[in-house]
Design a protein around this ligand. Structure first.
Ligand code: SF4
Length: 465
């Protein structure tokens, strides 16, 4: 979940007139919070004069307007007067730019304007945004060749589905709008008979992410990955056969290493410099001590990054695998791995260390923009609002994704996603993306109650919620 690629729209040369002021000295002056409010107020008044904003000027200035709108948005988020001025500015921008969005002829301009609208409209919390998604996930199958105990594949049963070709048509309708597509599925995407076709139909402007268990990477698939993917994650979770067996219940560790080397070989042969290669590592009590050797392995075979996350306990049977119970040792290992990764030139990403002070924290509020920025096309005739599927809508063949995006169920979800505590949908209440919970707190690790409540929920008719 969340974005890996999207950056704020670059700021253009500010040119002449009013905006010539918005250069070096001007931006520095915005360090003053009163000055910022005044400038934002002035820009808001200008945005409310549509006659001075022909499309060309709006498109030329949109990067500057975005920069102004996002100025110190995190740092000053609790300042009431800044917030009021900022929302007024966002609202004026939305009124000006929203109705024009679909008339912008150039798709690259339209995507940029859409991304700004998505940011501003999410902060406004409008249930009926003009914006379309800027990122998407496309699931080709929820079937998997493994049954890892820490994954729903291991602890839930359902009828596995393979997407039919029409889902690629639905995805293709989205592509002009979005910057990023994630081909990760609840299963192993490479099992899909449409995997090859899906990659061939991607548009060149798209950044493509994909998480695989790596066991189906033969020469043909390695070539496809080296050719089409921007960032490839291989879930490895172990540095030796015994640990891999405990984590994934198969003795395929040598195979995943061999296949990872194969990807590196094809990447080098193609000379594209991509995909950026990542080993994923879910930290549990079973594999914590393997983490240093996974970093050594990444350095040895040419992976760029190791990305570690703590196990999410979704069902009670996983409870004792959590490193929450051995937080001190987890901190020591992460400290050691930080130094090791630096020494070996591998990027090592992980959540903050699970220090005891986190337990004292009680304010978990954080803002989630997924319902304005993201859409998830599922293999099983469904559209969901985020990668964990906080709410799911029927979307059979022939259903229009845009009508669902604009429909009453999606609107209703947007009204609730950022509500406090019990008023938010069940998964949002304990979601690490939507809530500011840190790993020293049990809420970070244990989600059994929210998940149990969520799975009672029905798939919703998007037009009759
Ligand atoms: S807060 Fe809710 S909508 Fe946002 S990512 Fe989490 S579960 Fe999904």
């Amino acid at each position: 979940m969340g974005t890996i690629f999207h950056q704020p729209t670059p700021v253009e040369d500010d040119g002449q007139g009013f905006f010539s002021e918005i250069k070096g000295k001007f931006w520095r002056s915005l360090e003053s919070h009163d000055r910022f409010i005044r400038s934002l107020g002035m820009a808001t008044q200008l945005l409310r004069q549509p006659w001075i904003w022909p499309d060309r000027r709006l498109l030329r200035r949109m990067g500057t307007l975005e920069r102004l709108g996002r100025w110190k948005i995190q740092e000053w988020k609790d300042d009431v007067s800044v917030r009021a001025a900022r929302l007024d500015f966002f609202s004026a921008f939305r009124d000006l730019a929203g109705p024009r969005l679909k008339q912008i002829p150039d798709w690259s301009d339209r995507r940029r304007l859409n991304a700004i609208l998505a940011t501003f409209e999410s902060h406004l919390g409008v249930p009926d945004p003009f914006c379309r998604p800027t990122r998407a996930r496309l699931e080709l199958t929820d079937a998997c060749n493994l049954r890892c105990p820490m994954c729903p594949q291991g602890f839930w049963d359902w009828k596995r589905t393979y997407a039919e070709e029409w889902l690629l048509d639905r995805a293709a309708e989205l592509y002009p709008w979005i910057y990023e597509i994630d081909l990760t599925s609840l299963g192993e995407t490479m099992l899909s008979p449409h995997f090859n076709q899906c990659l061939e139909r991607l548009e060149p402007h798209l950044q493509v992410q994909f998480i695989t268990n790596g066991l189906l990477v033969n020469d043909k698939n390695a070539l496809l990955l080296a050719k089409h993917i921007t960032e490839l994650h291989v879930s490895i979770d172990a540095a030796k056969t015994e640990t891999y067996q405990k984590m994934r219940e198969v003795e395929s560790f040598p195979k995943v290493v061999e296949n990872s080397k194969r990807i590196v070989r094809f990447k080098e042969e193609l000379g594209r410099g991509l995909p950026y290669l990542v080993f994923n590592f879910t930290i549990t009590q079973k594999n914590l001590e393997d983490l240093p050797d996974v970093i050594r392995l990444a350095a040895d075979i040419g992976f760029d990054r190791v990305h570690a996350n703590f196990l999410s306990v979704w069902v009670p049977s996983l409870n004792q695998d959590s490193v929450y119970w051995i937080r001190e040792r987890a901190c020591e290992v992460l400290d050691y791995c930080d130094g090791l990764a630096q020494e070996l030139g591998v990027t090592f990403l992980h959540p903050p260390k699970p220090v005891p002070e986190h337990e004292e924290e009680s304010d978990f509020h954080r803002f989630c923009a997924e319902a304005w920025e993201f859409i998830h096309l599922r293999a099983e005739d469904k559209i969901t609002v985020c990668c964990v599927g906080a709410e799911e809508y029927h979307a059979p063949q022939g259903a229009d994704w845009e009508a669902i995006w604009d429909g009453p169920a999606y609107q209703n979800f947007r009204k609730r996603v950022n509500l406090p505590d019990e008023q938010a949908p069940p998964l949002c209440r304990s979601c690490l993306f939507g809530r500011d919970v840190k790993p020293g707190h049990p809420r970070y690790h244990f989600h059994e109650q929210a998940v149990a409540e969520h799975i009672q929920a029905k798939v919703i008719d998007p037009f009759n919620p």
